[in-house]
Design a protein around this ligand. Structure first.
Ligand code: ATP
Ligand code: MG
Length: 404
């Protein structure tokens, strides 16, 4: 199980040490950082995304109340606990108004501290659960869902969609979401989510004999959004150490422990991808409006048909636009499949978010690309979007040349 992450904010180093010492023997929590004033706390909180922030009131540069206010706005999921001294009643009221959840009067015991931290953490977890609208809860499937993001074409946006979908699923459902990077040679999930894994699938498969839910959990890297990541090997040559049987076992265990398992893939029909496709409940096949990709998707659909996987497929059109000289409606006719969801082209937002390592679903909540991912998320949650095969009508122009 992952630990409750705590940030300590106090201008007196000795007080920070004392608080750390009080938490030393609590196995379910850990101190992830320390700040000496309110301003440092805001910066560190954004970087470390702690679950709990222990906040002093009177500090130089920026006081604890202003800091609480700023952090509550930026990180509504962080639970702030004020550490006050006797006689600060008036400040306490202000701190609670600013968004603090609890307060403790110094000096406090280790039991008091641990209990307050757990209480606030549980309250936050329940509050977030409540934020998920009731009608959405009813839509959410109870059985775990494996969703593979696939395309036999490179660079069409598989990783972009997989990472943003994972983040969005946590936001929309409050459920447990794992993201596994099966692009074993050149996986980009860790880079796109700006996490630096110490251990990856390479080390995990060395312990495959003893693998259980707990050991697997220790390999999953937590992202501030709540998504747990199983990263690809750090070097391409390690890819061949990972077998399809091992991937099958890992996916099976993830299913026992997570509600949504998103699988990012390399653009090939290799053994590990086949295992993922087979284990999937939904396959998101990423299409783009250029001839090579359309040709590849057409062939992929044929292969998926022969593998009896076609029923799971939803076609997602990425970089949807009318400016490419090919209409998606014509492509639908050629493929005999309707596009289930569109993700618009937005180089500014998407490339900036990739380069910053922050999914646009977080950094640009109101942008059209994020709204399209929200729609896609809804589709994934309800399991809608499977396509009845369309009658292939007459093809025109370029598409006729290609498929005619
Ligand atoms: N909707 C979009 N609008 C603009 N740019 C996009 C969009 N989707 C993806 N991109 C850009 O396209 C590039 C390739 O995307 P991504 O890495 O997600 O593709 P991929 O299919 O995972 O590639 P690979 O096959 O190499 O793993 C990225 O730089 C990304 O920023
Ligand atoms: Mg990729």
């Amino acid at each position: 199980m992952s630990k409750i992450k705590v940030l300590i904010v106090d201008d007196i180093a000795e007080t920070r040490e004392n608080v750390k010492r009080l938490m030393y023997f609590e196995e379910d929590m850990e101190v992830v950082g320390e700040a000496g004033n309110g301003e440092e706390a805001v910066t560190l909180a954004e970087k470390l995304r702690p679950d709990i922030i222990l906040m002093d009131i009177n500090m130089p540069v920026m006081d604890g109340i202003t800091s609480t206010e700023q952090i509550s706005l930026k990180l509504p999921r962080a639970g702030i606990i004020i550490m006050s001294v006797q006689g600060e009643q008036e400040y306490l009221k202000k701190a609670m108004m600013a968004g603090a959840r609890e307060y403790m009067v110094k000096p406090f015991s280790s039991d008091e501290l641990a209990e307050t931290i757990r209480k606030v953490f549980d309250f936050e977890a329940r509050r977030i659960d409540k934020l998920v609208p009731a009608e959405r809860k009813a839509e959410i499937r109870q059985e775990p869902q494996v969703i593979t993001v696939f395309s036999t074409k490179g660079g069409v946006g598989k990783t972009t969609i997989a990472t943003n979908l994972a983040v969005s699923l946590v936001r929309e459902t409050g459920r447990k979401v794992a993201l596994i990077d099966l692009d074993l040679q050149f996986g980009d999930v860790a880079v796109m989510l700006n996490v630096m894994p110490k251990r990856t699938l390479t080390e995990l498969v060395q312990e495959i004999g003893q693998l259980d839910g707990e050991l697997l959990g220790s390999y999953l890297v937590p992202h501030p959004s709540g998504v747990k990541i199983l990263p690809a090997p750090t070097r391409p040559e390690y890819a061949e150490l990972i077998t399809a049987t091992q991937v099958e076992k890992i996916l099976g265990l993830l299913k026992q422990n997570y509600d949504y398992i998103i699988v990012d893939t390399p653009p090939v029909f290799n053994d590990t991808n086949l295992v993922a496709l087979d284990a999937s409940d939904q396959i998101l096949l990423i299409l783009a409006l250029d001839l090579p990709t359309i040709k590849n998707i057409k062939l992929s659909l044929e292969v998926l048909e022969s593998l009896h996987q076609r029923g799971k497929v939803r076609i997602i059109l990425n970089r949807s636009s009318n400016d490419f000289g090919i209409k998606y409606e014509d492509v639908e006719r050629s493929l005999g499949f309707l596009v289930a969801a569109h993700v618009p082209s937005d180089g500014r937002v998407v490339v900036a978010s990739v380069n910053k390592g922050v999914p646009f679903a977080i950094s640009h909540p109101g942008s059209p690309v994020t709204l399209s991912i929200k729609e896609l998320t809804k589709m994934v949650i309800t399991g809608d979007g499977t396509q009845e095969q369309l009658k292939i009508k007459e093809k025109k122009g370029l598409l006729k040349r290609l498929f005619g």
